[in-house]
Design a protein around this ligand. Structure first.
Ligand code: ADP
Length: 251
């Protein structure tokens, strides 16, 4: 298993109830999974906890063998070491892409390997080129972000995350800023990444995307209320909240 979340509890200070309330799920290596659920279900908090951007009090997240435990269940030093090890295995593609405007597509992708990993330019560029070509950007390697379409910028952002060779890649609402015609393109890109064996987790409100993934987890009140293949869960929802979500999508 590449990503296993066990009984995660996160309660924001001042909130009367936990936002994550014993959340558990288990994703085999190389799956493409969507986290679904109505607004306020806990999806973004879950994503931030996996990324180490948000503390959680109890439970554990196992990322390819590195286990990060809740703040009440391990020492600060243990937690710090686990987070540092986990960071090596994780990538995040932000909704807004956040490319450096003064760098070309290629240079956006080589920056982290060269400066964080101290990798030589030649080997970083080789991998970055390969990824950009695989994602259909062979003609745009030297383009600056403002010269690229929204979909192309997003593909550069995905290549930039993949160049660090993460085991788990997380996406925050990858289709929300795109017009409907671009959405299918995003699905194709996620499937191309899937073929590389990277475990991908996508937080989305997009039914088209949810239908195209391999596995869905539906969240409500900080727990996974149902999970499985989208063909089963979305075609035959067992839970009232999932039915409400589908009704809202079809409205
Ligand atoms: P989702 O992504 O599913 O919409 P979130 O994880 O963003 O859900 O938020 C779930 C709930 O957690 C919110 O309704 C809110 O009550 C609470 N919450 C989220 N972020 C914070 C925060 N920074 N401080 C306090 N409460 C928060």
């Amino acid at each position: 298993m590449t990503l296993t979340v066990t009984k995660l509890v996160r309660q924001y200070p001042g909130n009367p109830r936990p936002t994550l309330d014993g959340m558990s799920f288990d994703l085999p290596a190389g799956t493409l999974t969507a986290l679904l659920g109505r607004s306020g279900a806990g999806k973004s908090t879950m994503l931030r906890c996996v990324m180490g951007l948000e503390p959680f009090e109890r439970g554990a997240i196992d990322i390819d063998g590195v286990v990060v435990r809740g703040t009440l269940e391990c020492s600060p030093a243990e937690r710090k070491a686990a987070l540092a090890a986990a960071r090596e295995k994780l990538g995040l593609v932000f909704q807004s892409h956040e490319l450096f405007p003064h760098l070309t597509a290629l240079d956006n992708c080589t920056l982290a390997p060269m400066h964080v990993r101290k990798e030589a330019r030649a080997s970083a560029e080789k991998r970055a080129r390969e990824l950009l070509v695989q994602l259909g950007l062979e003609q745009r390697l030297d383009a600056f972000p403002e010269q690229l379409s929204g979909g192309q910028r997003q593909r550069v952002a995905i290549a930039r995350a993949l160049v660090m060779e993460p085991r788990v890649l997380l996406y925050d609402e990858p289709t929300s800023a795109l017009d409907p015609s671009m959405k299918n393109e995003v699905v194709q890109v996620l499937k191309a990444v899937d073929a590389r064996g990277v475990t991908q987790v996508v937080v989305t409100h997009d039914l088209q995307l949810a239908k195209a993934v391999e596995y869905v987890c539906v969240l409500d009140h900080g727990q996974v209320i149902e999970s499985g293949a989208p063909g089963e869960v979305l075609a035959n929802p067992a839970h009232e909240s999932t039915r409400a979500l589908l009704a809202a999508w079809h409205a």
